[in-house]
Design a protein around this ligand. Structure first.
Ligand SMILES: [Fe+2]
Length: 365
């Protein structure tokens, strides 16, 4: 499918960008962790209180916009059970207008657990040790782990919440990177070029695990009638509009994006590597979170990539938690949407400003 076809097919799902109502600020104060990405709520604030607040809808709408604008939001030391964690992400999606057919995601390789029921994806260093066995193609570049969750699904998640309850004494941090800011690092000419492209996403790592007899893939439906089958692959636009902010972001990741459909293999490799490098090599568009027990991170899976850090001794310590993901809309590019920097009236990134200034100076010679 071309970008035009993908966009036309999803035009009915488009909603107007939303604005913050700032209902959170008086009772639930937060601060920016980094200029471009990440907001953290003050310690003591509980998600459970938000769920039970008399003006919960107003608060959730404000939070949905805040997360979409800041990519990822952190809550420290939460007293929250998994049913509440699922309700939390589902309400964020519903209040901000996700399609009625989008529920909570069932991960293709997750099993129902006695403790947490269905729709749970366990993030576990113990499980990873088993699943990593026999993988000969692992890169020594840790940044290759950057991904947006399950983008091989036709309908991927909008909001994802992860709580960790077992942690190593140090290490195991998670990094998030802003797809808005990565898009803003493209020159206007290159941005126009990639906006005409679609990319093939595949969960081939999970298929390999099934072939090795380590997991069984759930053929679905996995939370949306369109998330079905065991092929775990689809195509999405390379640049995606976030319907909540109306901002464009790069929607590719080294985790799942395999090929740009409209380009030759060699061209695709070069272009994708450049796009990945925008995330890998720009630590000013990343935020690194040092987890405490029972902390919750909730991110906009449409506009953020993330990567965990496997720097601790997994034979001596464990890192375990649960993830719940709400499914959003089918990704689309609205050609009338804008970049975050343009929308916020921010100057272009430093290198482009310097380049434009040097061009202007040369013109005066
Ligand atoms: Fe993930």
């Amino acid at each position: 499918m071309t970008v035009e076809q993908l966009t036309k097919a999803t035009a009915a799902l488009k909603i107007q960008p939303l604005k913050r109502n700032f209902s959170l600020d008086a009772l639930y104060p937060s601060f920016k962790v980094q200029p471009h990405i990440g907001t953290e709520f003050k310690r003591g604030i509980q998600i459970r209180d938000l769920l039970k607040a008399p003006n919960a809808d107003e608060l959730f709408l404000d939070l949905a916009v805040l997360i979409a604008e800041r990519n990822v939001v952190f809550f420290r030391d939460q007293d929250l059970n998994f049913e509440e964690q699922k309700e939390f992400v589902d309400r964020l999606g519903k209040i901000s207008g996700k399609p009625a057919t989008s529920g909570l995601h069932s991960h293709p390789i997750s099993e129902e657990s006695d403790e947490f029921g269905e729709k749970n994806y366990e993030v576990s260093s113990v499980k990873n040790k088993t699943l990593e066995q026999g993988r000969r193609d692992r890169s020594e570049f840790h940044s290759r782990g950057f991904h947006s969750d399950v983008t091989f699904e036709v309908v991927p998640p909008d909001y994802t919440a992860l709580r960790l309850r077992e942690l190593p004494p140090e290490g195991g941090d998670t990094l998030w990177a802003s797809s808005y800011e990565a898009y803003d690092r493209l020159s206007p000419a290159f941005a126009k070029f990639v906006e005409g492209l679609t990319a093939f996403h595949s969960g081939d790592g999970f298929i390999a695990l099934e072939k090795a007899g380590l997991v069984k893939i759930n053929a679905g439906p996995r939370g949306s009638p369109e998330d079905v089958g065991t092929h775990l692959s689809t195509s999405h636009p390379v640049v995606r509009t976030n319907p909540i902010t109306g901002w464009k972001g790069l929607y590719v990741s080294s985790g799942f994006t395999k090929r740009i459909n409209e380009l030759s293999k060699d061209e695709s490799d070069v272009v994708l590597q450049h796009l990945f490098n925008l995330y890998f090599q720009n630590h000013d568009l990343q935020v690194r979170f040092k987890w405490g027990k029972h902390d919750v991170a909730v991110w906009d899976n449409r506009s953020a990539l993330h990567a965990a850090t496997a720097d601790f001794d997994a034979d001596a310590f464990i890192r375990v938690g649960e993830r719940a993901a709400s499914l959003g809309e089918k990704p689309y590019l609205d050609p009338n949407s804008t970049s975050r920097r343009v929308a916020l009236g921010l100057a272009p990134p430093t290198a482009r400003r310097a380049h434009l200034a040097s061009l202007a100076a040369e013109g005066k010679k």
